[in-house]
Design a protein around this ligand. Structure first.
Ligand code: ADP
Ligand code: MG
Length: 315
């Protein structure tokens, strides 16, 4: 038998290397979304809007109200290893942001159609750009690839379309859009879960005990999410809602609203049952005092929580 001569060693084309690297970082739509959420948080955003189509395979769009991106940085934004979060290797020990390797946007730009619209506080307008393969790309063939001025609010909107359009093997590996969507819903749920404080309080004088989960000062929603249960029945209370909003107003940015889940158990004798069965608003004895105790406790807990971000290791 004769041994075959070795094949020659060749450098992979840069484009192939980048696509392989991208596929390792972004395996499913949820991974792209996770990176984008972390970028938005790193940019100081207090509110995020997320849009998903076909489990994120058709569209993933995330709009934040963070610091935005300087127009001058837009040209290198999606190159590999470009970041505003790390300068020297030593910085790794003190880093307080989630991402720092500058690979997320680069990866996405290699395997999806990526559009970035962004506005900083000192820019009079927003800027919009398309990316492909790590570089600025024209929106339509023949057009300039340079960022274009447009209208927009402070912050950044990242649009990821047709994820894995150029990686057919990966694309075929997805069984269903709803499965990918479930992963996304779980990820977004956890983003809020990280910012919840457990809550517990009981009081003999007014005969109640309560437990729940309330958002901390890092979380700021557009509307108050109040999930209120009195004696295990889902009810509404505009008084409690107003009091809770008032409590959070000193902790959240202007217009920011909390997420509050409260389960309140009160001696049934103290709850006004004489209300119409379709009416979800309830009244109970010593309402004012009980609400003040609850809100006072929330206030103390919010004040205690260290809202600085913890260091996350990445490997
Ligand atoms: P990394 O987060 O590791 O720095 P990324 O590729 O995720 O790398 O992002 C590259 C850079 O783009 C970030 O360092 C940041 O400066 C900027 N950037 C990305 N997303 C946002 C955003 N939503 N708001 C402001 N800047 C952003
Ligand atoms: Mg990042």
């Amino acid at each position: 038998d004769q041994i075959e001569a070795p094949r020659r060693i060749r450098a992979l084309h840069e484009d192939v290397v980048n696509k392989i690297a991208a596929g390792e970082i972004i395996v499913a739509p949820v991974h792209a979304l996770k990176e984008l959420i972390e970028n938005a948080v790193d940019a100081g955003s207090t509110s995020l809007e997320i849009l998903v189509k076909d489990g994120g395979l058709k569209l993933l769009q995330i709009t934040d109200n963070g610091c935005g991106i300087n127009t001058d940085d837009m040209a290198i934004l999606c190159e590999r290893f470009t970041t505003s979060k790390l300068k020297a290797f030593e910085d790794l020990t003190s880093i307080g942001t989630y991402g720092f390797r500058g690979e997320a946007l680069a990866s996405i730009s290699h395997i999806a159609h990526l559009t970035v619209t962004t506005k900083t506080a000192d820019s009079s307008c927003a800027w919009k750009a398309q990316y492909a393969g790590g570089k600025l790309a024209p929106a339509k063939p023949g057009q300039s690839a340079d960022p274009k001025a447009c209208a927009g609010r402070q912050g950044t909107q990242i649009t990821v379309e047709d994820l894995f359009y150029n990686v057919p093997t990966r694309r075929r590996a997805f069984r269903s859009a709803s499965e990918e969507y479930a992963k996304i819903a779980d990820q977004v749920g956890r983003a809020i879960a990280n910012e919840l404080i457990e809550f517990e309080l009981s009081n003999a004088q007014y005969g109640f005990k309560t437990e729940g989960l309330v958002s901390n000062a890092n979380y700021s929603g557009k509307r108050t999410a109040l999930l209120l249960f009195i004696n295990h029945r889902s009810v509404e209370s505009s008084t409690i809602k107003r009091a809770v909003e008032h409590t959070y107003s000193t902790f959240l940015p202007k217009g920011g609203k909390p997420f509050v889940y409260l389960s309140l158990e009160i001696d049934p004798a103290r709850v006004d049952v004489n209300v119409h069965p379709t009416k979800r608003e309830v009244n109970f004895l010593n309402e004012e005092e009980i609400i003040e105790l609850i809100c006072g406790d929330i206030r103390t807990r919010l004040g205690k929580v260290d809202t600085s971000r913890t260091f996350m290791t990445q490997s």
